[in-house]
Write a protein that binds this ligand. Sequence first.
Ligand code: AKG
Ligand code: FE2
Length: 723
Amino acid sequence: MYKLTWSQEQTNKQENHRKLNINCIENKKQQMLKSKMSSQNVAEIVFFDLETTVPRKAGARIWVLEFGAIVVCPQKLEELESYCTLIRPTDLSVVNLRSGRVDGITRAAVRTAPKFEDVADRIFGLLDGKVWAGHNIHRFDCPRIREAFVAIGRPPPVPVGTIDSLGILTQRFGRRAGNMKMATLAAYFGLGEQKHRSLADVRMNLEVLKHCATVLFLESSLPDILGCPNQGSPTVATRSRYNGRLRSYGGETSRKSPPISSVGYHKVLPYARNTTIQEISSGGLKDEFKKEKPKPVKHEMIRHFAAEALFFPYDMKKESVFHGLGRSDPFLCPRSCNQFSQITVETLTHKYKFNRMEQIAAGAGGEVPVYDRNKELKAFDETKAGVKGLVDAGIQKIPRIFVRTPEEFTEDLAYKYEDDKIDIPLIDLQGISIDQRRKEIIDEVRQASETWGFFQLVNHGIPSTVMNEMIQGVRRFHEQDVELKKQLYTKDTSRKVQFDSNFDLYRSRSANWRDTLRCLFLTHDPMNPEELPDTCRDIVVDYWKHIMNVGDTLSELFSDALGLNKDHLKGMDFAQWLTLNCHYYPACPEPELTLGTTQHSDPSFFTILLQDCFGGLQILNQNCWVAVKPIPGALIVNIGDFLQLISNGKLKSAVHRVLANRVGPRVSVACFFRGSTARLYGPIAELSDENSSIYKHTTVKAYTEHYYSKGLSRVSALNHFKL
Ligand SMILES: O=C(O)CCC(=O)C(=O)O
Ligand SMILES: [Fe+2]
């Protein structure tokens, strides 16, 4: 058994150390990047934004109330520096007492802020000699910043080039999002609401650009198929700063866009922004490439490559990004600092062709469907052989029904990918019967459940022989003679033993690369072990008994963590309905195009997951996908929707997903503690009252019906039960 001692002190030390290390590495990295750029004479890009007063009459002075900027490395789009300050105007009465747009910039907020002259040096240092970027800066921010410097009798900073995203996007991206407002574009890509605060807005601006660039990049790689038919005319739309409504104050004070002739970038940018593309097309990196082993192409890499392509000031339609490359020439997708991955033009276009077909089939392109998705889903369903059946048949390309839609890929862009530095909490139950240690464990459980909704658990009492045998048993089941397995194939979820692939096959946007054996244990209607498949019967019964014990222990810990009597959850019959979902994820020939399990939260009080050594499970935490690394002997525990509901949102049912993998098969067993079908559940009285309850009362049945009807998705089924 893998052992680990765990104390808060150690954790904190490790955490501090880790943060320090990361900070040091980050600082060093940024310094290195900066000095590299200056030695190459490459200008940096500064995205900046101003929040200003709204002039009450035409011609009145517009005062800068906030300045925010990020300095970005043009090659990697890394943020090198950021600065933000509120600014106090000489005459405070020009600032409203209350902020009209709930942006928090009120008279009181700026009263103690520095004056423009106090921060002018810093702002000058940030802007002078750099490429200025921002949304509608030509018309608004550039003149405002000049005016502010002139007003204090100082020469204004001078840019070496400007990039107005309003212009660029109007010209190249068009009105796919409806209009060209930053708020609309951000909402279109699911990037959240615009804050109308300068620093948040410039960061949002960059994210929007990355997203638009990816879409354009994909289209330009296959213009005939992916070219957007409905991008709208390149008419210039306008953005207003004032309460989100369009208002014109005439001349320079207006936020109106520049005329089409002057949109986008001004003059060819003075830095070597084409380096990557030139290097790629001239084959200058090929030696390095030869040393690299082929790697799957991640969407994330393409995103950065694409974002760079957008900044590159030439017409991508006329001159392809693949300029100089033959269809089967490999090129390198920049991945991070000095890492590259290979892909051929052919593979890339082929892969995205599939997506386009899906989009067309869904009617998004308004064209004749090229395939009947339902027919193919049905054909797959009727094989009753699951995904493993496809792999056994030797397919090399995954069927279209499994290819994620462009919308799903686009939604992915909202998230970051944590590298290997972060781990979810690990809790060691050793010593749980000792009072002091038990208190510590409860604290750890509370912390992990409130912040992550996930933790790994060691010394839980299930022998590793049992865990290993369970994995083997599930594997035996899925790898047995397909004709035997088929007898259990059904979409009827009320069956005690059910073999299935994709319970939400006909409802999901794309199918998952996963088959499942589901075993149902109901206290009021016990399972007859004879019903279980003989390939895994004994071990399933054995594992179920062990898991019930761990479930009991966890129910006490969760009750304690919520400040309740330790038997509170037991009293709520959390374990009356239990399902063991025994998943089998076959090796996938095109893992970048599909998922093992779509992002979702669990329809349970809590889930105990056993996974083998392959990995692939990821948790969404603070907008970042964090990998759950396999630890021999550990179980993974996660909070499900019901614990979030009854704790009135205190404990967190975290979104998670499983990647498809080129290697496998991966096996996992998810044990859901789903509560009692006979009870009504709502926020616990001790944790909420009439006024503070955020969820309605519901039955497991009503909740489950809703969960199943919508299928797996990142939108929580709990939203439906919000008050
Ligand atoms: O296979 C895994 O690692 C996770 C499966 C899962 O999330 C589920 O069954 O709900
Ligand atoms: Fe799950």
